[in-house]
Design a protein around this ligand. Structure first.
Ligand code: DAK
Length: 259
């Protein structure tokens, strides 16, 4: 399927999604959010894709939700816009495949929130992060007040959100918002290398790990361990578990089939 604001490329087992609205610094308008919704479904239904990279074209990853579209919203249309964004972000977060954000530039407001709905963030040394919403008279609305404290802790999240300050990639690394910072020209190669390592593992096991981590983090430890045990048991219904263990015992090449 062709999209207007998103470039979708399949590179073997890895999908690369590029948000491409550079004249508005890839700001998320409802058209782009709807396309993101569709492309996530397309990826979810493609058994050949084992990992996803999400990046932006030009000097921004995503400079936030589209302020020109939001400016004149009323309560009802604002709620609708928020519901669309939240549904799409949650769909991305729950996608049964790992998603790496390759943050190439500005990741502000909804852009920072989009990166946080991904599993892993790698940043270019030129990337900048922030939740500037209070400077616009709004609160973060695509999960920022919820995902940021879970990632960087309460105090740091509150400081970033209350001050609306924008931080550089090295500070984002220091506080644990990103996993790694690389030079801009190395960003996609680094993300691809990581995605390929992940795509070389048993995909159903990786997917179940994502579910166990994401769901488990919301539960008390006893319920979370019980959920992990359930997920662990599920692995034994897969061909890939038999293949992986047989290859280890017989010292042969493992070959996962996503089955
Ligand atoms: N929306 C729309 N257009 C944007 C934009 C944005 N977020 N960010 C940049 N642009 C546009 C600019 O207007 C400009 O357009 P033209 O004037 O050329 O037509 C073009 O992109 C280039 O931007 P600049 O000329 O400003 O570029 P600079 O390099 O000088 O500055 C910047 C880059 C990223 C520092 C600056 O553009 C900037 O401050 N942008 C806004 C960043 C920001 O405040 N982002 C947070 C947006 S608020 C909700 C849920 C979620 C949200 C809202 C509601 N509900 C539940 C209802 C989320 C809110 C947000 O994300």
């Amino acid at each position: 399927m062709e999209y207007k604001n998103i470039v979708f490329q399949k590179e073997d087992k890895v999908a690369v999604l590029t948000i491409s609205r550079p004249k508005a610094l890839n700001a998320l308008n409802s058209e782009t959010l709807k396309e993101l919704d569709l492309v996530i479904d397309e990826i979810a239904n493609d058994d050949e894709i084992y990992a996803v990279i999400l990046t932006g074209e030009g000097k921004a990853f995503v400079a936030g939700a589209d302020i020109s579209e939001m400016k004149d919203l009323d309560v009802i249309s604002g709620r609708k816009f928020g519901q669309l964004g939240n549904r799409v972000f949650r769909k991305l977060e729950s996608l049964e495949k790992p998603v790496i954000a390759a943050v190439n530039g500005f990741a502000l407001g909804g852009g920072c929130e989009l990166s946080m709905a991904c599993d892993i963030r790698i940043a270019s040394s030129k990337a900048k992060f922030g939740q500037p919403e209070v400077g616009l008279g709004i609160t973060p609305g695509f999960g920022g007040t919820q995902r940021l404290p879970r990632l960087v802790g309460l105090g740091m999240a509150k400081e970033l959100i209350y001050t609306a300050k924008i931080i550089k990639a090295d500070e984002a690394l220091r506080i644990g918002l990103v996993n790694k910072v690389v030079e801009p020209e190395e960003l996609l190669a680094e993300a691809r290398a990581l995605a390929n390592i992940i795509a070389g593992q048993a995909p159903i096991a990786v997917s179940l790990c994502k579910a166990a981590i994401n769901k488990g983090m919301q539960l008390d430890i006893d319920s979370a361990i019980a959920y992990e045990a359930e997920i662990f048991g599920e692995c034994f219904s897969t061909e890939d578990q038999k293949n992986g263990m047989t290859a280890f015992i017989e010292k042969t090449e493992k070959c996962f089939k996503n089955k």
